[in-house]
Write a protein that binds this ligand. Sequence first.
Ligand code: FE2
Length: 272
Amino acid sequence: MDRQELRVLQLSDCHLPGPGGGVLFGVDCAAAWECVVRHLRRLPPPELVLLTGDLAHEGDEGAYRRLARTLTGWGAPVFALAGNHDHPDRLRAVLVEEGVGVGGDVELAGWRLVLLDSVRPGKTAGRLGEAELERLEGILASDPACHVLVALHHPPVPVGTAWMDAMGLEDAAAFWEVVDRHPRVRAVAFGHVHQAFEARRGKLLLAAAPSTCVQFRPGGRRAETEPLPPGWRWWELEAGGAVRTWTERLPRAGDASGARLAAGGGSEGGGG
Ligand SMILES: [Fe+2]
């Protein structure tokens, strides 16, 4: 690798539909995904693609297969974790078969990416539980040379959007008890909230990716959409441990499909 930094592309909350198609809050999620992928695949591939959950709206097998096949072949390894809308077993079976890494952890260019499972079957809110927290502690306690990015679906902090914060990570305190003991955790990446969110906790940077389909209004008290195009997040992880992150969206002008896809509105229930 020529560059000194590792460039990670985070894609989240794609909500790909099954064969019947699917419109979420007025946005055609499959069409939005195609536009996002077409836009991104014109760029040089990142060193790694990270998918942070809610990949298929109803856990449809064909949706996982389509998602994998639009990403593999780009030249970047792809790693995924599940969100509350996913069917975790089906996600794992299909994505692994298609060459996508699911869960676990991976070391790349002096960084270790740890993918955590925060999904509770049948629940919208998340919980890591003892086993997942012990796995995280075990990874952080070994291999001290690596800087660490932790990824999960549910936000481990309130994001200031009341209805989303009510369905966040239930054992966030236990998560921070582990992470705060290990200063080499430099970044925490998550999805679920369908908005660009960034915060700091000491030297640690935590951030949510926008959704590749519908966007929720930051600060909303109920499920309200924001008329913004589909988006994604870049992470630049330097060999020395510094982290830069920013979001991008499909252009509004000059990309009619992007503007059209962002035209959703309303306040239907069942988001995240
Ligand atoms: Fe979602």
